[in-house]
Structure formats: structure tokens, C-alpha cells
Design a protein around this ligand. Structure first.
Ligand SMILES: Cc1ncc(COP(=O)(O)O)c(C=O)c1O
Length: 390
């Protein structure tokens, strides 16, 4: 594809542009693994874990097969199970609630804030009260760093301390972000992330990791991801999973990690340009004071989502909806517990959010074109509504 064509039709996430930047380094890294032959949990996996832990300042990084397992492994490491309530936001990717169910615990939904898209702490307090009323033991909260911005860990950790809750951060979308000078990976007792290809730090396949400062916790995670085998022994100590990371995936991620520090500010510049161009026509994303985002998604809120999606489609600007349904409205979760005030913000957002192309290789020309398309679409949609009202 020529550069001209690429700019005329921006990609939603341009992995090809990143691939070009990587040159043949990925091929060389893969060839190294093919030659040494340690395909699972090989030397690249250990190196990746070291580098990721130093990148974010966590004491340990334990890699695994994907971000869903990363969450599940953290719950398994703490023995979360039947009779326990696990609090999860109702507006997130479905994996966050899946793991609560898979652990044997009872999920309880919590509403989110309409401005940051992240867990609302007042709703969390109400959900804890509801769980107690139902005879459940409030055990764990899984705050999600939606679209790349950390949740309000200061407030969440305080509430968790008060009620004796474990905090497992779902940082599938936020690795590389930070809060008040601390990086994601160090904001909760456990932090789980995903290396799915479209994530800010994504591989060429599935992958995930758990970060923790606890030595015993890390040892347990290492055993659990490998069928519950104790360190350096073949004995099975725990009920575990097969959730090991492939050496080829680790080798790819090590190459991508070299580009990552420069990609984060490039995403921020794109978000700044979008914010400046779109604040007058839509509700643009807000960062909490002290928070940085890695902008896994750039997502606006508008009453005219369908009209906007149509105009963008016709203009060759890809859009996506993350997520079209609050989790409590999905068939497996219709009966899931929720706080007495409900999940109004999650449902409101699900009907109004729309994500625009976001990646570090989006040219300023393409960004300007996207802004102009969105502005024009939302201005005409509003004019149409005004005309109809006259
Ligand atoms: C918020 C959130 N949690 C968990 C996951 C699960 O990660 P994975 O797809 O690697 O299992 C994702 C991935 O899409 C996610 O966005």
C-alpha cells in the first residue's frame, strides 16, 4: 500500500505501519527462537518479564497466555471462590466478569463514571452493601483502566482497605499509563495486562502478564500458570492452568517494547489533537488529575452515534464501538447482582460511545481529516435535529 493511499484511508489501528518501523528485527528474533528450540517459557520469556517489571517498577512480572488468564490467575492465587463477591464495572470488556464467574465466586456489578468511563467508588460502596445483604463475603474488586486511563486507585485502595478487599487491576488496555507518578503495574496488589495484537503493547498473537510486588504471590502465579507445579520441581502443588507464554511471542514483544516508549507520547499527541478539534461537538474523554493514558481507544460520547458512524463509513474513516452493551444487559449476566441505584451510567454510555482511529503512526493530516469528518457529521446531525424541531 502506498503512503498516499494509507493517509487517504486511515487504519483504525495500523499494525502495518509499526511493522515497517520494526524492519526485519522481528524476523531475526523469531529465527533465534527457532534455532534454540525452547519454544515455551524459554529465555525470551524470562527476559521479557524482567524488562516489563523494570518498565513499570513492579517487583515481579509473571507472563501467561492471555489477559483473561492473567486476571483468573490472580484470583486463583488468592483462593477467591464460592461465597465470595467479586466487584466488577458493568462497562468493560466481558473478560473482566468472566473470570469472576470462572473462579467460582459471585460477580457483583458496579456502575462507572460518565466522564472517565471507570469504576464509580460510590457505586462500589453500595455494591459492597448489597453483597453483604445477600450473605456474600466481599472479597475482591477488579477495577478496569478503560480505554487506557487508570481507574481511581487511590480511592479504590482506600475502600478496599476498609472492607478487606483484594484489588486486582484489569490493565489490559492501560499498560504504559500512570497515576500520580506511579506506573500501571504498581497501583494494585495484582495488575493483569493483555498483549492481544490491538493493545498498546501488543504481540502477534495472544499473551498476558500479571504484575505484583509480593514474592510469595509471584511464586504462586508461576506455579499456577504451569499446571500448579512448584518451583524447580515436577510435583503438582496447586490446581493450575496451562497458561504459559510462547518464546516466539515474548521475542516479538521484546522488539515491540523497544518502540513502546516513543509510541506513548505519539498517542497522546493524537488524543490532544482530537480533543482540541472535537470538544465543541462531542463529549471528549477526560483524564483524572494526575493520570496519564496510553489511549488504547479514543472514545467520544454523542447522541448522534449512528449518524456519525454512517458519515465516517462513507468518508472512509473507520470507527468502532467499545462496548455496545453494558455487561448487565448481556444474556449470561442478566441476573447478576448490582447496587440498588442500578447501572445507569454504564447503560447510558453503551448507547452513546464511539471510538475513532487511534495509533502512534496516524499522521497529523489523517488526524485532521478525521476531526473534520466528525465535526461535519455531528454539526449536520445537530442541524437536522434543529430543522425537524422547527
Ligand atoms: C478490559 C479488558 N480485560 C480483559 C481483556 C482480556 O484480554 P485477552 O483478550 O488477552 O484475554 C481485554 C482484552 O480485550 C480487555 O480489554
Amino acid at each position: 500500500m502506498s503512503t498516499e493511499r494509507k493517509q487517504a484511508v486511515p487504519a483504525f489501528i495500523d499494525l502495518a505501519a509499526q511493522r515497517e518501523k520494526l524492519g526485519d528485527s522481528v524476523e531475526r528474533a523469531i529465527a533465534k527462537v527457532l534455532n534454540h528450540g525452547q519454544f515455551v517459557l524459554g529465555p525470551e520469556v524470562a527476559e521479557l518479564e524482567d524488562r516489563l517489571a523494570s518498565f513499570c517498577g513492579a517487583r515481579h512480572c509473571v507472563s501467561c497466555a492471555n489477559g483473561t488468564d492473567a486476571l483468573l490467575l490472580a484470583l486463583m492465587a488468592e483462593g477467591v471462590g464460592p461465597g465470595d463477591a467479586v466487584f466488577v464495572p458493568a462497562f468493560t470488556f466481558v473478560a473482566t466478569v468472566e473470570v469472576a464467574v470462572l473462579s467460582g465466586a459471585t460477580p457483583v456489578f458496579v456502575d462507572v463514571c460518565p466522564d472517565t468511563f471507570n469504576l464509580d467508588v460510590e457505586s462500589l460502596e453500595a455494591a459492597i452493601g448489597e453483597a453483604k445483604k445477600r450473605g456474600l463475603k466481599p472479597r475482591c474488586v477488579i477495577p478496569v483502566d478503560l480505554y487506557g486511563q487508570p481507574a481511581d486507585y487511590g480511592a479504590i485502595n482506600r475502600i478496599a482497605g476498609k472492607h478487606g478487599l483484594l484489588v486486582v487491576g484489569d490493565a489490559a488496555q492501560s499498560f504504559g499509563a500512570g497515576l500520580e507518578g506511579k506506573k500501571v503495574g504498581t497501583l494494585a496488589t495484582y495488575t493483569a495486562t493483555s498483549f492481544y495484537p490491538s493493545k498498546p503493547l501488543g504481540g502477534y498473537g495472544d499473551g498476558g502478564a500479571v504484575f505484583t510486588d509480593g514474592d510469595d504471590r509471584a511464586a504462586r502465579l508461576r506455579a499456577l500458570r504451569n499446571h500448579g507445579k512448584g518451583p524447580g520441581r515436577s510435583d503438582t502443588e496447586y490446581l493450575g492452568l496451562n497458561s504459559r507464554l510462547d518464546s516466539i511471542q515474548a521475542a516479538i514483544l521484546l522488539e515491540k517494547l523497544r518502540l513502546f516508549p516513543a509510541e506513548i507520547p505519539a498517542r497522546q499527541e493524537c488524543a490532544d489533537r482530537y480533543n482540541a478539534g472535537l470538544a465543541a461537538v462531542a463529549k471528549v474523554p477526560e483524564l483524572m488529575a494526575g493520570a496519564t493514558s496510553v489511549w488504547a481507544q479514543y472514545t467520544i460520547v454523542t447522541e448522534d452515534r449512528d449518524a456519525l458512524a454512517k458519515v465516517c463509513r462513507e468518508a472512509g474513516v473507520p470507527t468502532a464501538i467499545h462496548y455496545a452493551s453494558a455487561l448487565n444487559c448481556l444474556p449470561p449476566y442478566l441476573e447478576t447482582l448490582k447496587p440498588p441505584a442500578g447501572l445507569g451510567n454504564a447503560e447510558w454510555l453503551a448507547a452513546r460511545v464511539i471510538s475513532l482511529p487511534m495509533h502512534p503512526y496516524l499522521t497529523t493530516e489523517a488526524q485532521d481529516r478525521i476531526v473534520a469528518t466528525v465535526r461535519q457529521a455531528l454539526t449536520s446531525a445537530k442541524a437536522g435535529v434543529a430543522d425537524a424541531a422547527e
